[in-house]
Design a protein around this ligand. Structure first.
Ligand SMILES: *Cc1c(COP(=O)(O)O)cnc(C)c1O
Length: 392
């Protein structure tokens, strides 16, 4: 491309540094080497048959084939409200306090674009999900990472560090529990302390709870249920992880009418609406019996256990994830210190692909020795990966 007048880089400054994600590089490497891809977090089996059939029915019956209502179809908004009440004891008005989005990713971007003024500081737990950094940047905000530190067999949040990160310019905390990539599930005490801090310093919190049903030890508690938090919390979730349909991109936001209105103002000019027929299918999915949700967690727990044991046997230090799709390891016991180099060499050495956690850090040195593995794969695929890793 020749643009003679361009006296500056084509990509605007806000997006400088957000080139191709590591997942593209690692997935290409997996394909080129015939490796087992434990890099990207998507299941290798689709979600419930009856939910797929519900999508087919909606398409055939002409439900959702034209622009659905801006906030989402009423059936889905009602199902989201019923889900929040049944699982979390949270009462939300389906007409004023629920917004359907194009996955959690759009919900996060729209929330940041709506709530962050250029120059505002946004605190995010580090390592962070990669879209957070880009979303904060697009909103013109300044990212302030608070690093989860290894402690025994888990990564923990240092509450003093979080308190110290709050300044007069802090607008919001962008929280994620259960946490990708570390698998940490914030405890009641930790969430209570975060809530107290948010109330005391008058902060908003955007909380990404897409793994709310993927908890293996302990329980997921929504931050919005803590004292003083309902009026200052934007809660985000999605059907992708809960129903194993990551390609459908149906997400949602719940919060007060004021917060939901603000997020909708940004959202309507990003996609306006999306996933019409899938919205009807997800409404049915949210009404699946409780046994579906516990079955999902049981299935993923067995997969976590298989991969974690195999990684430990191969010599890694394994951080036991209490939730999510991922297990993080330290490669130091195997003689490495650079997760990037390790992941680039791993397909050639063992025929397995993983991703270096450093890409999820501002402080790349803090993340250097960690590598993330996805276990949302069939048991026989994980068993084969484990047997390949024995040769390391
Ligand atoms: C997968 C994931 C998302 C994206 O969800 P979509 O509904 O696919 O957009 C958001 N946050 C975290 C932490 C994730 O792991």
């Amino acid at each position: 491309m020749t643009i003679k007048r361009a006296q500056r880089p084509l990509l605007n400054r806000r997006l400088d540094g957000f080139g191709t994600t590591i997942f593209a590089e690692m997935s290409a490497l997996a394909a080129a080497t015939g490796s087992i891809n434990l890099g990207q977090g998507f299941p290798d089996t689709d979600g419930p048959e009856e939910v797929r059939e519900a999508a087919v029915r909606a398409l055939r019956d002409g439900r959702g084939n034209q622009y659905p209502p801006g906030p989402g179809v009423p059936e889905l908004r009602q199902a989201i409200a019923a889900h929040q009440a049944a699982f979390h004891g949270l009462t939300v008005d389906p007409d004023r306090e629920v917004l359907v989005t194009a996955g959690a990713t759009e919900a996060i971007a729209a929330a940041l674009l709506a709530l962050v003024e250029p120059g505002d500081e946004v605190i995010a737990l580090e390592p962070y999900y990669d879209s957070y950094a880009a979303g904060i940047a697009m909103a013109g905000g300044t990212r302030v990472p608070v690093t989860l530190r290894p402690d025994g067999d888990r990564f923990v949040l240092d509450l003093d560090e979080l308190r110290a990160a709050v300044t007069g310019r802090t607008r919001l905390i962008l929280l994620n529990t259960p946490h990708n990539p570390t698998g940490t599930v914030l405890s009641r005490a930790e969430l209570a302390a975060i809530a107290e801090l948010a109330v005391e310093r008058d902060l908003l919190v955007v909380t990404d709870e897409v793994y709310e049903h993927l908890v293996f030890d302990g329980e997921h508690l929504p931050l919005a249920a803590f004292p003083g938090m309902r009026e200052r919390t934007v809660t985000i979730s999605s059907a992708g992880k809960t129903f194993s349909f990551t390609g459908w991109k149906v997400g949602w936001v719940t919060g007060t009418p004021e917060l939901v209105d603000a997020v909708r103002t940004a959202k309507q000019f990003l996609t306006y609406v999306s996933a019409g027929p899938f919205q009807y299918a997800v409404a049915e999915a949210l009404r699946l019996p409780a046994a579906y949700f516990t079955g999902l967690a049981d299935d993923l727990r067995a997969k976590r256990d298989l991969l974690s044991a195999g990684l430990a046997e191969a010599g890694f230090r394994v951080f036991r994830p209490a939730g999510t799709y991922f297990v993080t390891t330290d490669i130091t016991p195997l003689g490495g210190t650079d997760g990037f180099a390790f992941c680039r060499e791993l397909p050639g050495r063992a025929g397995v692909v993983a991703v270096p956690n450093a890409v999820f850090y501002d402080d790349r040195a803090a993340g250097a020795p960690y590598v993330r593995w996805a276990f949302c794969k069939k048991l026989d695929v994980l068993a084969e990966a484990v047997s390949r890793l024995k040769n390391l």
